[in-house]
Design a protein around this ligand. Structure first.
Ligand code: ASP
Length: 343
């Protein structure tokens, strides 16, 4: 009996990975993904069947927005039953935001969606693109008993597969461009692919896939700094159409105890606007109440982002507002891990 070769759909959205140097002019230009298999013959050696879909106009990921998130989700949704796994090629700059958003969009996901990209174009001699692409396809193809091993949104870069909504871009230059400070990597590529089975997301396989496509972008992110101005901050919080606020605080979720700030937060929460506390630190968790400087935040109903990344907190807030989660339950739901995005 013929062994089933996994079907993998490669979705090209843009970014450095898809560029090639024009041998005549030396300029970088977008690569024709229809000819992917001819240009990267190594892909023919993989034990899977690959098809590709490209954005009509590939983008630099700095131009990523909610409608592109929906485009990516709809491509995957349309082809969900025909393929065993999906690899999304995406610029690295905002890859963590998109991977987080897609993780919230796909409820009860039971197949891998692996994001990858590269620091150097695929046509560059020293490129990291080939390894990232080939291993991402292998990760998406991993099967056990005819079923995908990875059933979540991952991000693969420089020999490691991470949970996408746990990642942050930490380096604009190194091949090791991403980190997942608060959650272990899911798999590592060395001589063998080593999967950390205990750390993989375990979806409820009896539930049907639901794809959510509404996001509300009327939110702001405020990074606190010593000296932050009351007169500049207050009007932002008081905007009539603001729906949610993420504040990046110090250490374990601390802010100044200045009365004006605590009052501003309190009045905003009273208006039914959720405020989520995430830490400015690269790793670790918000623990409101640990210091005097966060006790009041807890008392006035600030939501704890725990150890979520800022990228995932913003995506989760836009997603939950888009889903019209009632303000009564917003805090409880935000503080619950929906897709493994917090501990
Ligand atoms: N600016 C590019 C982008 O994010 C960088 C990259 O592809 O890594 O689209």
């Amino acid at each position: 009996m013929a062994v089933h070769q996994p079907n993998i759909l490669l979705v090209y959205t843009g970014g450095t990975i898809g560029m090639m140097k024009d041998p005549e002019t030396g300029a970088l230009k977008s690569f024709d993904f229809k000819n992917l298999l001819n240009n990267i013959p190594e892909l023919k050696l993989l034990d899977c069947h690959i098809e590709t879909i490209s954005f009509d106009e590939p983008i630099d990921s700095s131009n990523m927005n909610v409608s592109y998130w929906v485009n990516i989700a709809e491509i995957i949704e349309t082809h969900y039953n025909e393929f065993d796994g999906f690899v999304v090629l995406h610029g690295s700059d905002t890859m963590s935001y998109t991977a987080s958003a897609i993780s919230f969009m796909f409820e009860n996901l039971s197949k891998p969606i692996i994001f990858t990209g590269s620091q150097l174009p695929i046509g560059d001699l020293r490129t990291d693109a080939k390894e990232n692409l080939i291993t991402s396809i292998q990760m998406a193809s991993l099967q056990k008993g005819g079923k995908p091993v990875i059933r979540e949104v991952g991000l693969y870069f420089e020999y490691k597969l991470y949970r996408g909504n746990r990642t942050t871009k930490i380096n604009a230059e190194h091949f090791e461009a991403f980190a997942s400070m608060n959650y272990p990597h899911l798999a590592e590529s060395g001589v063998h692919l080593k999967v950390q089975h205990d750390d993989l997301f375990k979806p409820n396989l009896r539930r049907k896939l639901v794809v959510h496509k509404q996001f509300d972008t009327d939110i702001i992110l405020i990074k606190l700094f010593p000296g932050i101005s009351q007169s500049l901050l207050a009007p932002l919080f008081e905007l009539s159409h603001i729906k949610g606020i993420v504040i990046e605080t110090y250490g374990a979720g601390n802010t100044t105890t200045a009365v004006w700030l605590v009052d501003l937060l309190k009045q905003t929460i009273k208006r039914g606007i959720p405020i989520v506390n995430v830490t400015q630190c690269a790793g670790g968790s918000v623990q409101m109440g640990q210091y005097e400087t966060s006790t009041q935040l807890k008392a006035i109903g600030v939501i704890s982002g725990k150890d979520i990344t800022t990228e995932a907190a913003l995506a989760k807030m836009m997603f939950m507002l888009g889903e019209n989660v009632a303000s009564k339950t917003f805090k409880t739901i935000f503080e619950t891990a929906l897709r493994g995005e917090m501990s």
